[in-house]
Structure formats: structure tokens, C-alpha cells
Design a protein around this ligand. Sequence first.
Ligand code: BGC
Length: 244
Amino acid sequence: MEILGIDIGGSGIKGAIVNLNTGQFVSERHRIPTPKPATPQVMANTIKELVAFFNWQGAVGCGFPTIISDGTCMGYGNLHEDWVGVNTAKLFKNATGLDFTVINDADAAGLAEMNFGAGKGKKGLVLTITVGTGIGSGAFFNGELLPNFELGQLLYKNGKLIELYASDAARKREDLNYKRWGKRFNFFLNYIHTIVAPSLIILGGGISNKFYKYEKYLDSKTPILIAKAQNNAGIIGAAIAGGR
Ligand code: BGC
């Protein structure tokens, strides 16, 4: 089966048609910059444009960067506050005429890793952590997704969210070297270990390619593997959700 997977992020909206048996793209990958401001109506038009680019007529799976409960946004992540309470699946269906399944973006990336990547066959509590503009996380117990496990919302200094300190965006914004950023990320990993003691962490997002630069600053008690699908995980996982 083939499904159009769409990964909505703070800087880009990316899509591709995915073969669900192989987890591979069967089309090119197309990216449209996230409109600013990223309000629901404007984004609905962007989704319509992306669907038209692929001339797609079937079901669509979509990853969205906030808590999603039955298609409805519980927050707005790095997008626009007007998203709170919006049923994304209905909005996108009205815009395109197609059936949408919408889940959290990090849950989608995790689904891709658990089905086709570093998490395949891994048991126990596996956390997939995507470090980018924010910090997204997917939680899987014996391969089953526990949706909306928002580890990026844990608190760091002064009651601020950890993702404001330890995301890749924070590293760039504050021009942190890998030692300083690595120490913050290490705090995050140890915090997670204290709370849920996972069996495995799978690290994804842009910063996962640079693991060799900060690995020496981490003393994680949880084994860490690097994600395989990297930038495409969000699209592949969205398609998996769309095919369920
Ligand atoms: C949101 C998460 C999302 C992550 C990555 C965070 O700000 O709370 O839901 O998965 O960003 O986009």
C-alpha cells in the first residue's frame, strides 16, 4: 500500500508518497516553507498545495508538532496559538477532500524508527527523541506507541521548558559549543532516566548526525542508538499512521 506522508514542522512542510511495506519513498520528497504566521487557514492552503503537487487522491497521514488527541490540537508547539482546539484532520479534509490521520510529529518519527529503523524488534520502553526546533519524543512499550509522551515539556532552570535549553535551536540561538550544549542534553537524558528508566533511547533530528561531537559529554545510563531514517522519519511515520 502507498500513502502520502506529510511532516509539518516549524520551518518546513515536507511530503512524499511512501510504500508501507518497505518504508521507502516512491516519489520525490517535496518541501514547502512553513507560512508565517502559520495560522490554521493559511496552513490548510499549504496542505492543499502539497497534495496537488503529488496529484494525490488517497488517504493521507500527517505529523503535527504538538499534542494531538483524536485529530485535535491540545497546544500549538512552535506554530500559531490559533491551533489550540482545532481538529486538524477535519480542517485538512475540508481543504482537500481527502481522509487525513493526524498524529504528533515525534510519534510519527518514532513509528518510522520502530518499524523500519533502529527500533525494529526492540522490546521494553523505547524512547525516540527528535532534537530540532523543539524536542519531540515518542514512547513505545514492546513496540506499541504510547501517544503524546512530551518529554520536551519537562522543566529545566527557572521553571522554563527543557526544550528551550537543550534543543538544536537553543544551541544555534545561544551559539553554544558542543561541550556546553552536550551538558544540557546530558541533564535531560539523566532526568528521563530518573523518571522512567527506559531500556533504550533512539536519537534523531539534525543533531543526531553530530553525535561524535558531544558523545563524550554524556554519561547516559540508558543505551543510545542513532536514528536511521533521520530527516525522512517524520514523513515515513506519518504515512504509517495514515495507513492504519
Ligand atoms: C512539541 C512536541 C513536538 C516537538 C517537536 C514540541 O514543542 O511540544 O509536541 O513533538 O516540539 O516538533
